[in-house]
Design a protein around this ligand. Sequence first.
Ligand SMILES: Cc1cc2nc3c(=O)[nH]c(=O)nc-3n(C[C@H](O)[C@H](O)[C@H](O)COP(=O)(O)OP(=O)(O)OC[C@H]3O[C@@H](n4cnc5c(N)ncnc54)[C@H](O)[C@@H]3O)c2cc1C
Length: 321
Amino acid sequence: MSVFIFIDHSEEQVKKASLEALSYGAALAGQLGVPAEGIFLGTVGTDLATLGKFGVKKIHQAAQEGLNHLDAQVYAKIIADTVTATGATVVVFPNNFNGKAVAPRVAARLKAGLVSGAVALPDTANGFVVKKNVFSGKAFAHVALNTPLKVISLNPNSYPVKEGQGSAEVVSLSVTAPAPKVRVVSATQATGEVPLTEAELVVSGGRGLKGPENWGIIEDLAKALGAATACSRPVADAGWRPHHEHVGQTGIAIAPNLYIAIGISGAIQHLAGVNRSKVIVVVNKDPEAPFFKAADYGIVGDAFEVVPKMTEAIKKLKGIG
Ligand SMILES: Cc1cc2nc3c(=O)[nH]c(=O)nc-3n(C[C@H](O)[C@H](O)[C@H](O)COP(=O)(O)OP(=O)(O)OC[C@H]3O[C@@H](n4cnc5c(N)ncnc54)[C@H](O)[C@@H]3O)c2cc1C
Protein backbone atom coordinates (compact mmCIF):
# COMPACT_ATOMS: atom_id res chain seq x y z
CA MET A 1 0.00 0.00 0.00
CA SER A 2 1.26 3.47 -0.83
CA VAL A 3 0.24 6.86 -2.16
CA PHE A 4 1.52 7.29 -5.69
CA ILE A 5 2.19 10.77 -7.11
CA PHE A 6 2.51 11.71 -10.77
CA ILE A 7 5.42 14.16 -11.19
CA ASP A 8 4.65 16.39 -14.15
CA HIS A 9 7.43 18.22 -15.93
CA SER A 10 8.17 20.47 -18.84
CA GLU A 11 11.48 21.00 -20.60
CA GLU A 12 13.15 18.67 -18.09
CA GLN A 13 12.01 20.78 -15.11
CA VAL A 14 9.60 19.60 -12.45
CA LYS A 15 6.54 21.85 -12.39
CA LYS A 16 5.49 23.70 -9.26
CA ALA A 17 2.09 21.99 -9.42
CA SER A 18 3.98 18.70 -9.04
CA LEU A 19 5.74 19.93 -5.90
CA GLU A 20 2.31 20.74 -4.47
CA ALA A 21 1.06 17.28 -5.49
CA LEU A 22 4.13 15.67 -3.88
CA SER A 23 3.59 17.64 -0.64
CA TYR A 24 -0.12 16.75 -0.66
CA GLY A 25 0.54 13.07 -1.46
CA ALA A 26 3.18 12.84 1.28
CA ALA A 27 0.82 14.40 3.84
CA LEU A 28 -1.93 12.00 2.78
CA ALA A 29 0.47 9.07 3.04
CA GLY A 30 1.34 10.22 6.57
CA GLN A 31 -2.36 10.38 7.39
CA LEU A 32 -2.86 6.82 6.10
CA GLY A 33 0.38 5.48 7.61
CA VAL A 34 1.76 4.32 4.25
CA PRO A 35 4.79 5.45 2.19
CA ALA A 36 4.59 8.05 -0.60
CA GLU A 37 6.14 7.24 -3.97
CA GLY A 38 6.47 9.26 -7.16
CA ILE A 39 6.50 8.41 -10.84
CA PHE A 40 8.42 10.43 -13.42
CA LEU A 41 8.16 9.67 -17.12
CA GLY A 42 10.98 11.07 -19.24
CA THR A 43 14.35 12.65 -18.59
CA VAL A 44 15.05 15.43 -16.14
CA GLY A 45 17.59 18.22 -15.71
CA THR A 46 17.75 17.93 -11.92
CA ASP A 47 18.51 15.11 -9.51
CA LEU A 48 15.19 13.43 -8.82
CA ALA A 49 16.48 12.15 -5.48
CA THR A 50 16.24 15.72 -4.14
CA LEU A 51 12.46 15.52 -4.42
CA GLY A 52 12.68 13.39 -1.29
CA LYS A 53 12.56 16.66 0.65
CA PHE A 54 8.90 16.92 -0.34
CA GLY A 55 8.18 13.67 1.47
CA VAL A 56 8.49 10.90 -1.14
CA LYS A 57 10.58 7.89 -0.25
CA LYS A 58 10.92 6.41 -3.73
CA ILE A 59 10.62 7.70 -7.30
CA HIS A 60 10.05 5.39 -10.25
CA GLN A 61 11.59 6.87 -13.37
CA ALA A 62 11.21 5.71 -16.96
CA ALA A 63 14.09 7.76 -18.34
CA GLN A 64 13.20 7.62 -22.01
CA GLU A 65 13.44 10.76 -24.10
CA GLY A 66 10.40 9.58 -26.06
CA LEU A 67 8.36 10.19 -22.90
CA ASN A 68 9.36 13.85 -22.52
CA HIS A 69 6.28 15.00 -24.42
CA LEU A 70 2.97 14.00 -22.94
CA ASP A 71 0.98 11.32 -24.72
CA ALA A 72 -1.99 10.81 -22.42
CA GLN A 73 -2.74 7.28 -23.61
CA VAL A 74 0.87 6.12 -23.24
CA TYR A 75 1.30 7.83 -19.87
CA ALA A 76 -1.97 6.38 -18.55
CA LYS A 77 -0.97 2.83 -19.51
CA ILE A 78 2.47 3.09 -17.86
CA ILE A 79 1.12 4.72 -14.69
CA ALA A 80 -1.75 2.25 -14.36
CA ASP A 81 0.59 -0.73 -14.85
CA THR A 82 3.05 0.65 -12.27
CA VAL A 83 0.29 1.36 -9.76
CA THR A 84 -0.95 -2.22 -10.15
CA ALA A 85 2.58 -3.64 -9.84
CA THR A 86 3.39 -1.66 -6.70
CA GLY A 87 0.00 -2.11 -5.04
CA ALA A 88 -0.57 1.62 -4.50
CA THR A 89 -4.01 2.51 -3.22
CA VAL A 90 -4.20 6.25 -3.92
CA VAL A 91 -2.86 8.02 -7.00
CA VAL A 92 -2.39 11.81 -6.89
CA PHE A 93 -2.07 14.08 -9.94
CA PRO A 94 -1.73 17.84 -10.23
CA ASN A 95 -4.97 19.07 -11.81
CA ASN A 96 -3.09 20.98 -14.49
CA PHE A 97 -3.20 20.50 -18.27
CA ASN A 98 -1.31 17.18 -18.24
CA GLY A 99 -2.91 15.89 -15.04
CA LYS A 100 -6.37 16.58 -16.45
CA ALA A 101 -5.50 14.53 -19.53
CA VAL A 102 -4.03 11.55 -17.69
CA ALA A 103 -5.88 11.19 -14.35
CA PRO A 104 -9.29 10.17 -15.80
CA ARG A 105 -7.64 7.63 -18.12
CA VAL A 106 -5.73 6.08 -15.20
CA ALA A 107 -8.93 5.99 -13.13
CA ALA A 108 -10.80 4.28 -15.97
CA ARG A 109 -8.04 1.70 -16.48
CA LEU A 110 -7.90 0.89 -12.77
CA LYS A 111 -11.66 1.08 -12.24
CA ALA A 112 -10.91 3.63 -9.52
CA GLY A 113 -13.08 6.42 -8.21
CA LEU A 114 -11.79 9.85 -9.29
CA VAL A 115 -12.05 13.26 -7.67
CA SER A 116 -10.72 15.98 -9.94
CA GLY A 117 -9.97 19.44 -8.59
CA ALA A 118 -9.39 18.53 -4.93
CA VAL A 119 -8.64 21.54 -2.72
CA ALA A 120 -7.84 19.90 0.62
CA LEU A 121 -6.56 16.70 2.15
CA PRO A 122 -9.20 13.95 2.31
CA ASP A 123 -11.09 13.35 5.52
CA THR A 124 -10.09 9.78 6.27
CA ALA A 125 -11.70 9.64 9.72
CA ASN A 126 -15.04 8.60 8.22
CA GLY A 127 -14.39 6.80 4.98
CA PHE A 128 -12.48 8.81 2.39
CA VAL A 129 -14.09 12.16 1.64
CA VAL A 130 -12.43 14.72 -0.64
CA LYS A 131 -13.33 18.41 -0.84
CA LYS A 132 -13.36 19.83 -4.35
CA ASN A 133 -14.33 22.96 -6.24
CA VAL A 134 -17.56 22.97 -8.23
CA PHE A 135 -19.43 25.56 -10.34
CA SER A 136 -16.20 27.26 -11.42
CA GLY A 137 -15.08 27.73 -7.83
CA LYS A 138 -18.39 29.19 -6.61
CA ALA A 139 -19.08 26.22 -4.30
CA PHE A 140 -17.44 23.19 -2.73
CA ALA A 141 -18.54 19.56 -2.88
CA HIS A 142 -17.47 16.81 -0.52
CA VAL A 143 -17.12 13.59 -2.47
CA ALA A 144 -16.83 10.15 -0.87
CA LEU A 145 -14.57 7.77 -2.74
CA ASN A 146 -15.76 4.22 -2.14
CA THR A 147 -13.52 2.22 -4.47
CA PRO A 148 -10.48 0.37 -3.08
CA LEU A 149 -8.24 2.35 -5.46
CA LYS A 150 -8.64 6.09 -5.50
CA VAL A 151 -7.45 8.78 -7.92
CA ILE A 152 -7.27 12.43 -6.87
CA SER A 153 -6.17 15.42 -8.91
CA LEU A 154 -5.15 18.45 -6.86
CA ASN A 155 -6.02 21.96 -8.00
CA PRO A 156 -2.90 24.09 -8.44
CA ASN A 157 -2.34 26.58 -5.60
CA SER A 158 -4.69 24.74 -3.25
CA TYR A 159 -2.06 23.04 -1.14
CA PRO A 160 1.27 24.59 -0.09
CA VAL A 161 4.61 23.16 -1.10
CA LYS A 162 6.09 21.68 2.09
CA GLU A 163 9.82 21.27 1.97
CA GLY A 164 11.61 19.26 4.62
CA GLN A 165 14.67 17.01 4.70
CA GLY A 166 15.50 13.75 3.03
CA SER A 167 16.24 12.25 -0.31
CA ALA A 168 14.32 9.75 -2.40
CA GLU A 169 15.53 6.47 -3.82
CA VAL A 170 15.27 6.69 -7.62
CA VAL A 171 14.45 3.35 -9.22
CA SER A 172 14.53 2.73 -12.91
CA LEU A 173 11.22 1.75 -14.40
CA SER A 174 11.57 -0.53 -17.35
CA VAL A 175 8.58 0.03 -19.56
CA THR A 176 7.53 -1.05 -22.97
CA ALA A 177 5.51 1.98 -23.91
CA PRO A 178 2.70 1.23 -26.35
CA ALA A 179 3.16 2.72 -29.80
CA PRO A 180 1.85 6.29 -29.63
CA LYS A 181 -1.25 7.04 -31.70
CA VAL A 182 -0.23 10.66 -32.06
CA ARG A 183 3.17 12.25 -32.49
CA VAL A 184 4.28 15.76 -31.53
CA VAL A 185 5.69 17.18 -34.74
CA SER A 186 6.97 20.41 -33.20
CA ALA A 187 6.38 22.50 -30.10
CA THR A 188 6.90 26.25 -30.10
CA GLN A 189 6.67 28.33 -26.95
CA ALA A 190 4.34 31.26 -27.59
CA THR A 191 6.69 33.83 -26.06
CA GLY A 192 9.61 33.97 -23.72
CA GLU A 193 7.59 35.34 -20.82
CA VAL A 194 6.24 33.51 -17.74
CA PRO A 195 3.69 30.85 -18.84
CA LEU A 196 0.25 31.89 -17.63
CA THR A 197 -0.80 28.55 -16.13
CA GLU A 198 2.38 28.35 -14.05
CA ALA A 199 2.53 32.02 -13.05
CA GLU A 200 2.38 33.04 -9.40
CA LEU A 201 1.62 36.65 -10.36
CA VAL A 202 -0.63 37.76 -13.20
CA VAL A 203 -1.42 41.22 -14.55
CA SER A 204 -4.53 41.22 -16.71
CA GLY A 205 -6.15 43.86 -18.90
CA GLY A 206 -9.66 44.35 -20.22
CA ARG A 207 -11.59 46.52 -22.63
CA GLY A 208 -11.04 49.47 -20.31
CA LEU A 209 -7.54 49.73 -21.83
CA LYS A 210 -9.25 51.01 -25.03
CA GLY A 211 -6.85 49.43 -27.52
CA PRO A 212 -3.75 47.26 -28.06
CA GLU A 213 -1.53 50.32 -28.33
CA ASN A 214 -2.08 50.94 -24.60
CA TRP A 215 -0.83 47.54 -23.44
CA GLY A 216 2.56 48.98 -22.56
CA ILE A 217 1.32 49.92 -19.09
CA ILE A 218 0.20 46.31 -18.47
CA GLU A 219 3.49 44.90 -19.74
CA ASP A 220 5.55 47.38 -17.71
CA LEU A 221 3.73 46.46 -14.51
CA ALA A 222 4.04 42.74 -15.31
CA LYS A 223 7.75 43.15 -16.00
CA ALA A 224 8.36 45.05 -12.76
CA LEU A 225 6.57 42.30 -10.82
CA GLY A 226 7.94 39.34 -12.81
CA ALA A 227 4.34 38.46 -13.68
CA ALA A 228 2.60 36.86 -16.64
CA THR A 229 0.08 38.86 -18.66
CA ALA A 230 -3.55 37.89 -19.28
CA CYS A 231 -6.68 39.49 -20.70
CA SER A 232 -10.45 39.31 -20.86
CA ARG A 233 -12.18 37.55 -23.72
CA PRO A 234 -13.31 40.58 -25.77
CA VAL A 235 -9.71 41.76 -25.77
CA ALA A 236 -8.54 38.48 -27.31
CA ASP A 237 -11.55 38.32 -29.65
CA ALA A 238 -10.72 41.79 -30.93
CA GLY A 239 -7.16 40.66 -31.61
CA TRP A 240 -5.66 43.13 -29.13
CA ARG A 241 -3.93 40.24 -27.37
CA PRO A 242 -3.22 36.60 -28.32
CA HIS A 243 -5.88 34.03 -27.46
CA HIS A 244 -3.55 32.10 -25.16
CA GLU A 245 -3.83 35.05 -22.72
CA HIS A 246 -7.63 34.88 -22.52
CA VAL A 247 -8.76 33.80 -19.04
CA GLY A 248 -12.24 32.83 -17.91
CA GLN A 249 -14.95 30.29 -18.47
CA THR A 250 -14.09 29.85 -22.13
CA GLY A 251 -10.39 30.61 -21.71
CA ILE A 252 -7.73 29.40 -19.32
CA ALA A 253 -8.58 28.94 -15.64
CA ILE A 254 -5.77 30.16 -13.42
CA ALA A 255 -5.11 30.31 -9.68
CA PRO A 256 -2.10 32.56 -9.13
CA ASN A 257 -1.10 34.02 -5.77
CA LEU A 258 -1.86 37.50 -7.12
CA TYR A 259 -4.23 38.52 -9.91
CA ILE A 260 -4.31 42.21 -10.86
CA ALA A 261 -7.33 43.02 -13.04
CA ILE A 262 -7.11 46.34 -14.85
CA GLY A 263 -10.06 47.80 -16.76
CA ILE A 264 -12.01 44.54 -16.49
CA SER A 265 -15.65 44.68 -15.41
CA GLY A 266 -15.70 41.33 -13.58
CA ALA A 267 -18.40 39.51 -15.55
CA ILE A 268 -19.25 36.10 -14.13
CA GLN A 269 -17.67 34.36 -17.13
CA HIS A 270 -14.38 36.16 -16.46
CA LEU A 271 -14.50 35.48 -12.72
CA ALA A 272 -15.04 31.76 -13.39
CA GLY A 273 -11.45 31.54 -14.58
CA VAL A 274 -9.73 33.68 -11.96
CA ASN A 275 -11.69 33.47 -8.72
CA ARG A 276 -9.37 30.82 -7.27
CA SER A 277 -6.56 33.41 -7.19
CA LYS A 278 -5.23 33.91 -3.66
CA VAL A 279 -5.32 37.73 -3.78
CA ILE A 280 -7.29 39.78 -6.31
CA VAL A 281 -6.51 43.46 -6.93
CA VAL A 282 -8.90 45.43 -9.13
CA VAL A 283 -8.24 48.75 -10.86
CA ASN A 284 -11.40 50.19 -12.39
CA LYS A 285 -12.70 53.72 -12.84
CA ASP A 286 -16.27 52.62 -12.10
CA PRO A 287 -16.84 52.13 -8.34
CA GLU A 288 -19.88 49.98 -9.20
CA ALA A 289 -17.87 47.52 -11.33
CA PRO A 290 -18.85 43.98 -10.22
CA PHE A 291 -15.20 42.93 -9.93
CA PHE A 292 -14.85 44.97 -6.71
CA LYS A 293 -17.14 42.44 -4.98
CA ALA A 294 -14.60 39.69 -5.67
CA ALA A 295 -11.56 41.87 -4.93
CA ASP A 296 -9.32 41.74 -1.88
CA TYR A 297 -7.99 45.20 -2.74
CA GLY A 298 -9.48 47.75 -5.10
CA ILE A 299 -8.41 51.04 -6.60
CA VAL A 300 -11.13 53.23 -8.06
CA GLY A 301 -9.37 55.27 -10.69
CA ASP A 302 -8.28 55.69 -14.26
CA ALA A 303 -5.93 52.86 -15.26
CA PHE A 304 -3.80 55.26 -17.29
CA GLU A 305 -3.03 57.25 -14.15
CA VAL A 306 -2.99 54.46 -11.55
CA VAL A 307 -1.03 51.70 -13.29
CA PRO A 308 2.15 53.68 -14.10
CA LYS A 309 2.20 54.79 -10.44
CA MET A 310 1.91 51.16 -9.30
CA THR A 311 4.79 50.22 -11.61
CA GLU A 312 6.91 53.07 -10.29
CA ALA A 313 6.20 52.10 -6.69
CA ILE A 314 7.09 48.45 -7.34
CA LYS A 315 10.31 49.39 -9.12
CA LYS A 316 11.25 51.62 -6.20
CA LEU A 317 10.48 48.86 -3.72
CA LYS A 318 12.59 46.40 -5.69
CA GLY A 319 15.30 48.93 -6.33
CA ILE A 320 15.11 48.57 -10.11
CA GLY A 321 15.60 51.47 -12.49
C1 LIG B 1 -20.81 32.08 -23.00
C2 LIG B 1 -19.90 33.21 -22.64
C3 LIG B 1 -18.61 32.93 -22.26
C4 LIG B 1 -17.73 33.97 -21.93
N1 LIG B 1 -16.44 33.66 -21.54
C5 LIG B 1 -15.63 34.66 -21.14
C6 LIG B 1 -14.31 34.37 -20.66
O1 LIG B 1 -13.86 33.23 -20.65
N2 LIG B 1 -13.54 35.40 -20.25
C7 LIG B 1 -13.97 36.70 -20.27
O2 LIG B 1 -13.20 37.60 -19.88
N3 LIG B 1 -15.21 37.00 -20.72
C8 LIG B 1 -16.04 36.01 -21.16
N4 LIG B 1 -17.28 36.33 -21.63
C9 LIG B 1 -17.61 37.75 -21.80
C10 LIG B 1 -18.06 38.39 -20.50
O3 LIG B 1 -19.44 38.19 -20.32
C11 LIG B 1 -17.78 39.91 -20.55
O4 LIG B 1 -18.44 40.46 -21.67
C12 LIG B 1 -16.30 40.25 -20.64
O5 LIG B 1 -15.59 39.59 -19.60
C13 LIG B 1 -16.12 41.76 -20.49
O6 LIG B 1 -14.78 42.08 -20.73
P1 LIG B 1 -14.16 43.41 -20.11
O7 LIG B 1 -14.43 43.42 -18.65
O8 LIG B 1 -12.76 43.49 -20.58
O9 LIG B 1 -14.95 44.56 -20.87
P2 LIG B 1 -16.18 45.56 -20.37
O10 LIG B 1 -17.28 44.73 -19.89
O11 LIG B 1 -16.35 46.44 -21.50
O12 LIG B 1 -15.53 46.27 -19.13
C14 LIG B 1 -14.52 47.24 -19.23
C15 LIG B 1 -14.29 47.76 -17.82
O13 LIG B 1 -13.24 48.69 -17.86
C16 LIG B 1 -13.56 49.79 -17.02
N5 LIG B 1 -12.82 50.95 -17.54
C17 LIG B 1 -13.07 51.66 -18.67
N6 LIG B 1 -12.14 52.61 -18.82
C18 LIG B 1 -11.28 52.50 -17.78
C19 LIG B 1 -10.14 53.20 -17.39
N7 LIG B 1 -9.63 54.21 -18.11
N8 LIG B 1 -9.52 52.85 -16.24
C20 LIG B 1 -10.00 51.83 -15.49
N9 LIG B 1 -11.09 51.12 -15.82
C21 LIG B 1 -11.73 51.44 -16.95
C22 LIG B 1 -15.05 49.94 -17.12
O14 LIG B 1 -15.56 50.59 -15.97
C23 LIG B 1 -15.48 48.48 -17.20
O15 LIG B 1 -15.75 47.94 -15.91
C24 LIG B 1 -18.16 35.31 -21.98
C25 LIG B 1 -19.49 35.58 -22.34
C26 LIG B 1 -20.33 34.56 -22.68
C27 LIG B 1 -21.76 34.88 -23.06
